[in-house]
Design a binder for this molecule. Structure first.
Ligand SMILES: [Zn+2]
Length: 423
């Protein structure tokens, strides 16, 4: 007994942890969660990157703790953008992919990760990047080697041969050299692509269910994958614990993807009543990306786009926001995503104003879409989206009240990701 007691004491002494890193925030007001009444003056304690306590009033910080004074600001959970492309910037010539090495995407992505975090986005879902670029960025920000948001990465999108996501626009030999091994035909091969993506490090599966606007493929914006292929993709992903995000514009492609069991429809530009009905019935989330169309509109007629792309652009612009409004009224889950990369990274929060103005959402609903709702779609409910003990210290602050003027979120004054302050 004596020996056991002695060994027990020794073990405790050896295992004593290094001194905890403690930060204390003095907040003027705290929105702990979209939809809950805001708290007045509060003290938030953060230990080793996690929120450990929220106390009423401005309490003194313990000795050795860093005090952060946000007593004149509204403090709220860090925002989530479910649809970004950190490794690309807007415009640009499509032939760049034949010229620039994939590795350059990491450099562009590091720049955009910082810009995105500064804009208040503490988590992003990167839905399409070349080969290992997104995974390298994910690791770099997680380890604090580069400042940026938490990154949930799809890696390359899965596409039909010649679809949005496959290489197109070059002569066949050049297409073949640039091929990303990310297209598939038939249920079996598409299931295999999902398993390969999982093996290579994908956190989520991105597919292009229909044609897309900014690729050189000239097959329009209608359904690309067959229903059977999408069912195989969704079932395989779910069997591996991965969610599926489906890019889709045309109504039948949206409907088919929702019926196949994908978790979110990205863009959903031409969602009609039938497509919305199927989304609602299947619990499919709608990620509107209204800012993508702002980015496209900004560049139209400036010789940025090829005739193939310009033709598709002109089909979409008059319908922006209509599907969101109808889906929101029908009770479809709306989750925040912008398609940053099609417009300038850092403007992500401009999406909120459009969700309110075009989609008919309240500021509280718009904020929920980028916090609690987004966290749920990422299976990170309990980790991000709220200011609450046990949650990651993903915290932002603004002047004014975002619940009376949602556009205050366009001017974020303070950002912390996983307890690290963004410079
Ligand atoms: Zn996109």
């Amino acid at each position: 007994m004596k020996i056991a007691y002695f060994l027990g004491v020794a073990a405790i002494a050896v295992a004593a942890p290094a001194r905890a890193d403690t930060k204390v925030i003095h907040a003027g007001r705290v929105i702990t969660e979209a939809g809950k009444p805001a708290l007045g003056q509060s003290t938030i304690t953060i230990t080793d990157g996690r929120i450990t306590a929220i106390a009423q009033g401005l309490q003194p910080a313990p000795a050795g703790a860093e005090l952060i004074d946000l007593s004149a600001k509204t403090v709220l959970p860090g925002l989530v953008d479910l649809h970004v492309h950190l490794s690309s910037d807007p415009g640009g010539d499509f032939w760049k992919e034949a010229v620039e090495p994939d590795e350059y995407g990491v450099i562009v992505g590091a720049k955009n990760a910082l810009v995105t975090a500064r804009a208040g986005f503490t988590t992003v879902r990167d839905l399409g990047s070349a080969r290992q670029v997104g995974f390298a960025l994910r690791k770099g920000t997680a380890q604090g080697m580069i400042p940026g948001p938490r990154i949930v990465s799809a890696g390359p999108a899965i596409s039909i041969i010649g679809g949005h996501g496959d290489v197109s626009g070059f002569r066949p030999e050049v297409n073949a050299v640039l091929d990303g091994h990310n297209s598939c035909t038939g249920a079996e091969q598409c299931a295999a692509r999902v398993r390969e993506a999982s093996k290579n490090g994908a956190d989520v599966i991105k597919i292009t269910a229909t044609g897309g606007v900014l690729s050189q493929q000239g097959r329009g914006l209608g359904q690309h994958f067959t229903d059977v292929e999408m069912k195989a993709i969704a079932d395989t992903a779910h069997s591996l614990g991965l969610r599926v995000a489906a890019h889709a514009h045309g109504a039948r492609g949206i409907e088919g993807a929702a019926r196949a069991g994908v978790d979110s429809i990205e863009h959903a530009t031409f969602a009609d009543a039938e497509a919305i009905k199927v989304m609602k019935a299947n619990g499919t989330a709608f990620v509107p990306t209204l800012m993508a169309f702002t980015g496209i509109r900004d560049r139209l007629g400036q010789n940025v786009y090829t005739p193939t792309v310009e033709k598709k652009v002109r089909e979409t612009l008059s319908d922006v926001g209509k599907a969101l409004k109808a889906a929101h009224q029908a009770g479809v889950t709306i989750a925040f995503g912008t398609d940053a990369g099609v417009f300038e990274h850092g403007r992500n929060a401009e999406e909120f104003g459009q969700m309110v103005a075009l989609g008919g959402m309240t500021p509280t609903q718009a904020l929920a879409s980028a916090t609690t709702t987004a966290a749920k779609l990422l299976d990170m409910d309990g980790e991000i989206g709220r200011i609450s003990p046990g949650y990651s210290a993903d915290i932002i602050a603004v002047d004014g009240d975002p619940l009376s003027d949602i556009r205050t979120l366009e001017k974020v004054q303070f950002v912390m990701v996983r307890g690290r302050q963004i410079p």
